[in-house]
Design a protein around this ligand. Structure first.
Ligand SMILES: [Fe+2]
Ligand SMILES: [Fe+2]
Length: 201
């Protein structure tokens, strides 16, 4: 898949600077630790959605499946760290996630809050997918490149699921408008990123 097509499919408005892969390549240990935490946070987010919105039965069912999948991704990344003779490092703040999750105003109805959280989740999956695609195509380390290719497909499916739930539970027109606004905001945030050996940084 070409970069343009991936970006279009995911709705993202700004592609990652390809030089980001060069930064990552110099510090595989760091990117793997950061990536392991992304998978852990994805599993935690799914659990948190179950706890916050238990009456959304279909969502709860899907989130149970997602927790299992994301924690299995965590193990896959953790195994990669161990295979290379390293130990997982400490967690650090994800500046990207902190920045984008400030976009929607706090409060509103339960449905509004749910829609906002689903859109944030869809966006994080979309950007992760785009980053994994870059890694899968440009890493010199072919074993790791294949690893990222498989994960890229999973994250694309998660993006579709979260956006689908947002459209299902919220007002379709309003959700689509919010999604576009969030994407515009994300493009601004991304302008200052792509310079660190983290999945989103
Ligand atoms: Fe994942
Ligand atoms: Fe995911």
């Amino acid at each position: 898949m070409k970069e343009d097509n991936t970006i279009k499919m995911l709705g993202l408005k700004l592609p990652t600077d390809p030089r980001w892969v060069n930064i990552v390549e110099k510090n595989i240990e760091e990117i793997l630790t950061d990536h392991a935490y992304c998978e852990q946070k994805a599993a935690s987010t799914a659990i948190s959605l179950i706890v916050s919105f238990p009456e959304y039965t279909e969502l709860v069912q899907e989130m149970v499946a997602l927790v299992k999948e994301e924690i299995s991704h965590f193990k896959m990344v953790h195994d990669k760290i161990l295979e290379r003779g390293w130990a997982m490092g400490r967690d650090r703040k994800d500046e990207y996630v902190i920045a984008i999750t400030k976009f929607f105003p706090k409060g509103g109805s339960r449905t509004t809050q749910l829609v906002h959280r689903l859109l944030y989740a869809a966006l994080i999956e979309a950007r992760s997918c785009e980053r994994f695609r870059l890694l899968s195509e440009q890493l010199e380390d072919k074993e790791l490149a294949t690893f990222y290719r498989n994960l890229m497909v999973s994250e694309a499916n998660h993006y579709t699921m979260f956006l689908g739930f947002a459209r299902q539970y919220g007002d379709r027109t309003e959700v689509d408008k919010k999604w576009q606004e969030l994407l515009d905001f994300e493009a601004q945030v991304m302008q200052d990123l792509g310079k660190r050996e983290t999945i989103h940084g």
